[in-house]
Design a protein around this ligand. Structure first.
Ligand code: ADP
Ligand code: MG
Length: 354
């Protein structure tokens, strides 16, 4: 049966970039993918469908945070006008090429993009051991060991991707191919800028969950891991590196109390307080204390004089060396009980401070 060659591929024949369309690989919602022969090599040509065949609204949510050249273009894209749609279309396709380049440069295993023209991306064929197009993760039988190994590699790729500033946005067993040399992430046109998009965290966590849940069918221990939040937490604190050690466990960090720091703060504050001139209140208190001290000293220096109740020594003693309040109160009430209201008076009269 003759193969229908999409119009979008014809210019590539004319430019000498294509010799043959071998067979269609897949025709999805977004694109048709062909196995082709290009300059003597088996490659893959992804031919994007027209804008009107795709869900526009979903894409504009994903495109948030993506650079647009000027405000007229941004407005057009937000409004969804025909002009806006064609712009978004171009951005969409460039976004896949851009993301593939960025990821490839960052050492993430993705198909190498070779050429990009209107509606077409020509890229490396991700192949199995026989050189045939590799199966999707969804299509392979997995034992526990293989699932664990694939998970480990994919988590590293996901980290590398985030370190390159990108979140895949549609990562699942359908967009991961199992090549002869390991898993390969594909289908990245919706990849979002991790820092600029408000939804990045949720999209990222969903990506990781998709992969973990799928591989968790063969290796159930994966279902208890929390790599997503662990990785995002490191990223949010600008501490994520391609080789950051990971545990798969995550407990939101409580703010550590910096005891040494707190003590230093207190020390600083008290030193500063000492350097500051005393306030009016402090001056008043100081003057009061000095006056009291002086009065006590005067009283102590005065010769003993009998007081009205005729107990000079005792009163003198008390003036110079007053008993603690509690004791005094008790004594006062004792005297009150013994000698009526008068009992408390002598003490007061001999107490110059009061
Ligand atoms: N570079 C490639 N090498 C091998 N197969 C590929 C490659 N790119 C895509 N495919 C195949 O084509 C299918 C669809 O490609 P994909 O990029 O996921 O587009 P879609 O947007 O239609 O999902 C994939 O599931 C895979 O089987
Ligand atoms: Mg896909």
């Amino acid at each position: 049966m003759p193969i229908h060659i999409p119009d979008a591929l014809l210019p590539l024949f004319e430019q000498g970039l294509l010799e043959e369309v071998i067979r269609p690989l897949m025709s999805g919602k977004e694109a048709s993918v062909f196995l082709v022969r290009s300059r003597g090599m088996d490659c893959v040509a992804k031919v994007y469908k027209d804008a009107q065949h795709r869900t526009f609204r979903q894409r504009s949510a994903y495109a948030e945070g993506r650079q647009v050249r000027n405000s007229r273009e941004r407005r057009a894209m937000q409004k969804g006008s025909a002009y806006g749609k064609s712009l978004l279309e171009a951005t969409w396709q460039n976004a896949e090429v851009d993301a593939l380049m960025r990821l490839h440069d960052a050492g993430v295993r993705v198909p190498v993009p070779y050429h990009h023209a209107k509606n077409v991306l020509l890229m490396e064929l991700v192949a199995d051991a026989n050189g045939d197009p590799a199966p999707r993760l969804d299509d392979v039988e997995l034992d526990r060991e293989t699932a664990l190994l694939l998970h480990e590699i994919l988590i590293r790729d996901i980290v590398g991707m985030l370190c390159a500033g990108l979140v895949h946005g549609d990562l699942s067993q359908y967009n991961i191919l199992v090549a002869a040399d390991g898993p390969v992430i594909i289908d990245v046109p919706q990849a979002t800028d991790a820092a600029a998009n408000r939804n990045s965290e949720a999209i990222f966590l969903r990506d990781v969950k998709n992969v973990t849940n799928f591989l968790g069918r063969a290796a159930p221990e994966l279902l208890r891991t929390r790599y997503g939040p662990e990785i995002w937490d490191l990223f949010a604190r600008a501490e994520l590196r391609p080789d950051s050690p990971l545990t798969g466990r995550f407990a939101p960090k409580k703010k550590k109390v910096d005891t040494a720091g707190v003590l230093a703060e207190i020390q600083d504050a008290s030193e500063e307080a000492e350097r500051r001139p005393p306030s009016a209140y402090q001056l008043k208190k100081q003057r009061q204390a000095e006056a009291e001290r002086a009065a006590k000293a005067r009283e102590a220096a005065r010769p003993a004089k009998p007081s009205r109740d005729g107990r000079p020594e005792k009163a003198q003693d008390e003036a110079a060396n007053p008993a603690p309040k509690k004791k005094r109160r008790r004594r006062r009430s004792r005297r009150k009980n013994a000698g009526g209201a008068q009992g408390s008076k002598p003490q007061r009269s001999t107490h110059p401070g009061s």
